[in-house]
Design a protein around this ligand. Structure first.
Ligand code: NAP
Length: 290
């Protein structure tokens, strides 16, 4: 078996590469090596490189949530057409597709409106019209993938970080060194997810051949706000968490609407026989001592 990972130079793809079991036959594909939006290119690649029993993990995505609001066609090409092309390839070659998706597919309240929801989302809780272009293109991608290959596994995750430059946790550490106080939104609730734990979970899913045809949720356990996460980063680094000051999403307006509630239930993951991802605080501690 070989495991072909698209979007392999991104946050998740690069950690999947670094953590691949020696038995996995890891094949990383950058966007230059395989443009998932190009149906002919995917067909050619599959004919040459994809064998029955192989696995595709689709980490390729248009993830610039704000840019997507004014660049819907480009977002749809990667987030909707991409998984459709890969699923057609996996079905034709009797391979297995694992496609990554997001909490943005739900259509609950957007911040700064208070969330009326208190129960974590189960996979079937999706509505029809996610509020953002990113969410709509990702939901359409899930549906296109499952239509082309009913055995495809959709894995939704949320609030993923590595703890390095450019992601939320890394940015909080940099700002802690640069500023006395920082202001962080406190009206969006979610489950921060350490990319190392997500990668471990995906390798378990693949090696156990679990969850075929299922939609699964994979995040670290527990919940907090972005402000809560920032305070936890300060605490873990021995800094005063009161230097992090809460504000609302209205104080930092962005082009794309943000979900007020992004907590994903772990039940689908356990029901597939997979080990739950640890609590987010435990994960953060491990991410920061890396
Ligand atoms: N990060 C999060 O907080 C988060 C939360 C929920 C769900 N997810 C989902 O998790 C998955 C992985 O996300 P990530 O954090 O690893 O994202 P990322 O760091 O932005 O990586 C995305 C990758 O996709 C590649 N890509 C873009 N267009 C492509 C195309 N047309 N063909 C092939 N590759 C293309 C990018 O390559 P270039 O850089 O060369 O363009 C990049 O390597 C995505 O499905 C995302 O929607 C992420």
């Amino acid at each position: 078996m070989r495991v072909h990972v698209t979007g392999a130079t991104g946050q998740l793809g690069s950690v999947l590469r670094a953590t691949a079991p020696s038995t996995a036959g890891f094949v990383g594909l950058s966007s230059a090596e395989l443009d998932v939006a190009d149906g002919s290119a995917v067909q050619r690649w599959a004919a040459e490189s994809l064998a029955p029993g192989d696995v595709i993990v689709n980490c390729a995505a248009y993830t610039r949530v704000d840019d997507a609001e004014t660049d819907a066609a480009a977002a749809a090409a990667v987030n909707t057409d991409g998984p459709a092309h890969l699923a057609a390839a996996s079905a034709a070659r009797r391979a297995r597709l694992v496609h990554l998706s997001t909490d943005y597919v739900f259509d609950g309240p957007v911040a700064p409106a208070a969330s009326t929801r208190t129960a974590p989302y189960e996979p079937d809780d999706v509505g029809s019209e996610p509020p953002s272009v990113y969410g709509r293109t990702k939901l359409a991608g899930e549906r296109a993938a499952r239509a082309a290959d009913p055995t495809a596994t959709i894995v939704r995750t949320a609030w993923v970080y590595r703890g390095g430059a450019g992601d939320f946790v890394g940015t909080m550490r940099r700002l802690a060194a640069e500023r006395d106080r920082i202001t962080v939104v406190d009206d969006q609730l979610g489950s921060p997810t350490y990319v190392g734990d997500l990668a471990r979970g995906l390798w378990e899913l693949i090696t156990a051949d679990a969850g075929r045809g299922a939609v699964l949720h994979a995040t670290n356990g527990g919940q907090t706000t972005w402000c809560g996460l920032a305070k936890a980063v300060f605490e873990a680094d021995g800094l005063d968490p009161d230097r992090v000051v809460p504000c609302t999403t209205a104080d930092f307006p962005r082009p794309a609407p943000r979900p007020a509630y992004s907590v994903l239930s772990p039940l689908s993951w356990s029901a597939a026989g997979l080990r739950p991802l640890p609590d987010w605080r435990d994960a953060l501690t491990r991410a920061l001592v890396r």
